[in-house]
Design a protein around this ligand. Sequence first.
Ligand SMILES: Nc1nc2c(ncn2[C@@H]2O[C@H](COP(=O)(O)OP(=O)(O)OP(=O)(O)O)[C@@H](O)[C@H]2O)c(=O)[nH]1
Ligand SMILES: [Mg+2]
Length: 237
Amino acid sequence: MRRHRSVPTRGRSPIEPPSLARGSGLRITSCRFERAAFGPDDEPGAPGPDVVFVGRSNVGKSSLINRLLGARGLARTSSTPGRTRSVNFYRVNEAVWFVDLPGYGYARVPGEIRRAWGPMVEGVVRRRRERIAMAILVVDARQRATALDRAARDWLLGERVPLGAVATKSDKLSGNGRAEAERALEETLGRTAWGPPVLVSARTGLGIREVWSRLDRAIEDASAGGGGEGEAWTSTS
Ligand SMILES: Nc1nc2c(ncn2[C@@H]2O[C@H](COP(=O)(O)OP(=O)(O)OP(=O)(O)O)[C@@H](O)[C@H]2O)c(=O)[nH]1
Ligand SMILES: [Mg+2]
C-alpha cells in the first residue's frame, strides 16, 4: 500500500507538529514542480527549509526525489547523463523545498555547461545556506564513493550545511554486496549527524522509509531553529 500520495491538499493544511515519520503518518499531502532556475533571480523566495540533492550526473537524484515523493515522473529522469541542467525546485506540503541540482562529473556535457556547473551549484548553496535543512549527497551503491563524491562531500562540509549521504541503485547489489557497500561507504564518507550513509533504491523503495525518518528530524530541527514563517511541515496521522 502506498503511504504517501501526490494529490494536492484542498484548503489549508492542518497545522501539526512537524513529523512525517511518526507512526504510520508518513505522508505527502502535496508536491509540485515549481520552477527551473538558471540564476539567483529565478530562485523561489517563499520560506524553506530546503532539502538539496547533490551528486554525480546520472547517479539517480531525480529518480530518488520521485520515489521519496511517491510521484513518478515529477522530476525528469533519463538514461542520458546530464539531463538536469537547471536547479529544479519542488514544493512539498506547501512547506519544504526539494532542490534537484545538476549532476557533476559527466565529461560529455558541453564545456560551457561544465564550466557553469561549479558557480551555479556553489551559488545556490551559498545563497540558501541558512535555509538548507539537509544536503543529501547521492552516490552509486555499486561504486561506493568516487573521488569526485568525496570532493563534493568535503566542499559541502566546508560550507557548513547539514550533510547526509545515500547510496542509490542498491537494488543492483546482492544482500552481501549491500552489507559490504554499507561498510565501505561509512569508511569513505564517514558519518555525520545524519548518521551513516543509507542504502536506497528508487526502483524497489529500499531505504526510503529510513531516509524519510532522518529527513523528518532534520526538517523539524531546521523549523525549530529559525525562519518559521511558512506553513508548518504537516503530517496527517
Ligand atoms: N536500477 C536502478 N536504476 C535507477 C535507480 N535510480 C535511477 N535509476 C536509473 O538511472 C538513470 C539516471 O537516473 P536519474 O534519476 O535521471 O539520474 P540523475 O542523477 O537525476 O541524473 P542527471 O539529472 O543527469 O544528473 C535512469 O535510467 C534511471 O532509471 C535505482 O534506484 N535503481
Ligand atoms: Mg536529474
